[in-house]
Ligand binder design. Structure first.
Ligand SMILES: [Zn+2]
Ligand SMILES: [Zn+2]
Length: 145
């Protein structure tokens, strides 16, 4: 038994917990999302997984992602209107997009009930916090030029 098979099995039972039939494609897509910090787009996910599963179609990736979102194990990031990205980290955190290199970074946030006191009595379904600017690496490069 190798480790790879073992994680596939674990991902399979995780998906089952959320009432998702763990097909090989779904497992691969979810594992890729969970193991990357890059918040990939559908195109990026497709390009990556199709190398391993040549029969994969982009529609399957779309449908799989919709299912994951519906079941609450993946969240959508719409920091840019024309660009949808996906995140398997569903805990509350903010996203920072660098305008120079286009990378999306995670950052920790804590929002307490008091912070959103203006919404007392409201029901919040989604929380998104988006920052934009220049990342550390790009700022350093700029200085060097
Ligand atoms: Zn940058
Ligand atoms: Zn994130």
């Amino acid at each position: 038994m190798n480790l790879n098979n073992d994680t596939t099995k674990n991902t399979g039972s995780y998906l089952k917990e959320y009432d998702i039939k763990p097909s090989y494609q779904r497992i691969k897509i979810f594992e890729y999302l969970r193991n990357t910090k890059s918040h990939p787009t559908v195109d990026e996910i497709f390009k990556e997984i199709v190398q391993e599963i040549p029969t994969l179609s982009k529609t399957t990736v779309y449908n799989t992602l919709s299912l994951f979102i519906e079941k609450g194990i993946v969240t959508v990031i719409t920091i840019e209107e024309n660009e949808t990205r996906y995140d398997a980290d569903t805990s509350l955190h903010g996203h920072f997009k660098c305008k120079s290199c286009g990378k999306v970074y995670d950052f920790d946030i804590k929002v307490s009930k008091e912070d959103i006191g203006d919404l007392d009595g409201f029901e919040v379904d989604e929380k998104h916090l988006y920052f934009k600017g220049s990342c550390k690496a790009c700022l350093k490069n700029k200085l060097k030029q």
